[in-house]
Ligand binder design. Sequence first.
Ligand SMILES: [Zn+2]
Length: 142
Amino acid sequence: MREVYIRLAYKALKEGIEIVGPSYFSNKLGVSKPTAQEALIKLAEKNYGDYIPKKGFKLNREGIEKAKEITMKHRLMECLFYELGMSPEVACQEATRLEEHVSTELVTQLRLFFGDRKLCPCGNKIEEEFEDLEVEELEEGL
Ligand SMILES: [Zn+2]
């Protein structure tokens, strides 16, 4: 699974873009549009959201939860690489390259190690808070 797609879809959602098309991902990730589209369809098949033909991908509640997890992992890895002396930008690139290969054990370890840290090197909160959307989703479900 290409976790980076979930993370980027979530980032877009936080910026107000609810449905993200393949070209968004192909621009950000430097992959072809068909590759991006295929990845998005796979994510929908795995129940992380819906793929709306000719429009794009929309995360569902499960997808959002997964995205938060992946985002935290990404930011913990950024902290690690930053400690190794990389710039925030390079730390982010390295984290993107490696994030989906990291075991839960390593994530737990990083979380303990950076336990007192609130922000990643780029200044984002390590633990995502996105309550507004959760409330909205809940209301929709009622
Ligand atoms: Zn960061």
